[in-house]
Design a protein around this ligand. Structure first.
Ligand SMILES: *[C@@H]1O[C@H](CO)[C@@H](O)[C@H](O)[C@H]1NC(C)=O
Length: 164
């Protein structure tokens, strides 16, 4: 009985291919177990402008430096107090909004993503919120049914976007 319960917990986590659970909002940590890789992330976040104005659309591209694909991700913009800011608009296929803190604050993959690059649009809040940094988690692979061998990186940050 206990092993049955454990099994269903594990497969709940392994269902992450269709998007992270809402609990992942807290720390952008999608998996319990799995190895969080240390320095040397092949994945980066690039922003097409160094500054933003209130309400401005900013293009944010997540990609790998070496052509490696990722199967999952979560991304948010945060101010210097680490508060989630802005909204994501016009999402590409295989991505979806997550309502972390508020609607459309966060984007994740939605289903069977396997990409080396994804371009996203972030809309700045109507009031300046000071310096902004994009923070993401990338999942390179899920090992089903044993998520303890999954490989992911959390806390990947973009360059700082400053108010214009
Ligand atoms: C969130 O995104 C949906 C489209 O996916 C849109 O219809 C809705 O207006 C957006 N809400 C906010 C608060 O940005």
């Amino acid at each position: 009985m206990i092993s049955l319960i454990l099994l269903s917990l594990v497969s709940g986590v392994a269902a992450f291919p269709s998007g992270p659970p809402i609990e992942a909002c807290e720390d952008l940590r999608p998996l319990h177990g799995g190895s969080e890789s240390q320095p040397g992330s092949p994945f980066t976040i690039n922003v097409n402008v160094p500054t933003y104005s209130p309400g401005q659309q900013v293009q944010v591209t997540i990609s790998s430096s070496d052509g490696q694909r990722f199967k999952g991700f979560m991304i948010q913009a945060r101010d210097e107090a680490s508060t989630v800011v802005g909204t994501w608009t016009n999402l590409p296929t295989l991505t979806k909004h997550m309502a972390c803190s508020y609607d459309n604050s966060t984007v994740s993959h939605s289903d069977r993503l396997n990409a080396a690059q994804v371009s996203l649009n972030w809309q700045a809040p109507d009031q300046s919120v000071g310096n902004v940094v994009f923070v993401a988690t990338f999942v390179r692979n899920y090992q089903h049914p044993d998520p303890t061998t999954s490989l992911y990186w959390t806390g990947i940050r973009s360059a700082t976007l400053t108010p214009a």
